[in-house]
Design a protein around this ligand. Structure first.
Ligand code: SF4
Length: 343
């Protein structure tokens, strides 16, 4: 059955295609997850303002965020995944899905075909599905599901991907789908995406991170990236100091080291106190861990938000010591000498 419905073609992120040997190229950082994107001739039926795949976007149809996604025959991609998975070079496969009427069948058949070839955790990143469909995905072997909130507040959500741009998404329905997903997949097995830099304050996005964590949903952080041909093509990326502060808050909250209520924000919503001791804060900064890509386990999304030459919003690997020193400068708070392990 699944065999019959298998879509003929599928898009593969350029980095993943190189890992799979479908394209030749040099990679500064190899993706540890194979990223697939459902293929169709038309654009997505949703209309998210940041997305080149959106219904009214004039952006390139082979792009998602900064990454290009050339299409390949699905069977060829599946056999390469099987071959490369044997070498343990991949930790996860992520199926990212556009919004169109038959997308669920495409996802389900892809999950079945991958699962019949390799034992690798599969993430599905898709529109909110009803409970029955989510159960079918869980039964088919999907490890994690991701339903993107993207925005930190309802107002921004409506403006960027909801009713104000003719999008099908409704804030409360999106949050309800996350609640349902937790019931079906279990706490800690759900991901959402949050984009920093869509006009929210640090206080608002930290509030949303805490909401996700309290629900049992893990939020993966993205930096807004302007893509030519989208309505937001001329909007700026978030400043690095803004992004770093949110990354630190995200790390502390998702690791249960503090909560949003313990943090202090200034009059314009900037984080000024993370709700942990200075010593703990600087210890955490110096591990470099808050600045590594966040999302499903094994997802490092190299260069989704940044040029390979940097600056890197999300590090696809552990940052180097000199990069951590640079991050300390970007955060805009001076690390007291007494907390520095080496100078
Ligand atoms: S966090 Fe990574 S693996 Fe998970 S859904 Fe998002 S892009 Fe896919």
């Amino acid at each position: 059955m699944a065999e019959a419905r298998l879509p003929e073609r599928i898009r593969v992120s350029t980095g993943s295609a190189i890992v799979l040997g479908l394209l030749r190229g040099r990679l500064d950082a190899k993706p540890t997850t194979i990223y697939l994107l459902t293929y169709r001739d038309e654009k997505c039926s949703a209309n998210c303002g940041f997305c080149p795949q959106a219904r009214t976007s004039k952006g390139r149809a082979d792009m998602l965020s900064r990454v290009t996604w050339p299409p390949f025959p699905t069977r060829q991609v599946l056999s390469r995944i099987k071959r490369v998975a044997k070498t343990h070079a991949i930790k996860r496969v992520c199926i990212q899905a556009l919004n169109y009427p038959t997308v669920f069948d495409d996802i389900l058949s892809l999950v079945g075909e991958i699962g019949s070839r390799v034992k690798v955790p599969i993430s599905v990143s898709c529109q909110p599905l009803n409970r029955e469909k989510m159960k079918m995905l869980a039964e088919a072997g999907v490890d994690r599901i991701s339903i993107a909130l993207d925005a930190a507040t309802e107002e921004i959500f409506d403006k960027i991907k909801g009713k104000l741009v003719g999008g099908p998404y409704v804030w409360e329905r999106q949050r309800e789908a996350l609640r349902d997903a937790v019931k079906i997949f279990g706490e800690g097995s759900i991901t959402t995406h949050l984009i920093v830099g869509l006009g929210e304050t640090e206080e608002e996005i930290v509030q949303m991170i805490q909401w996700c964590v309290d629900l049992g949903v893990y939020p993966g952080l993205f930096a807004f990236t302007p893509i030519p041909g989208t309505p937001l093509e001329n909007s700026p990326q978030p400043s690095l100091s803004n992004y770093r502060r949110v990354q630190i808050a995200h790390y502390l909250i998702t690791r249960g080291k503090t909560r949003r209520e313990n943090m202090i924000f200034d009059g314009v919503g900037h984080l000024v106190d993370f709700g942990v001791s200075e010593e703990e804060l600087w210890h955490v900064v110096r591990t470099g861990e808050p600045f590594v890509t966040s999302g499903c386990p094994g997802c490092n999304r190299p260069y989704y938000n940044e040029r390979p030459g940097g600056p890197l919003y999300n590090y696809p690997r552990q940052p180097l010591p000199e990069e951590i020193r640079e991050i300390e400068r970007q955060i805009g708070i001076l690390c007291p000498k007494s907390f520095r392990s080496s100078e």
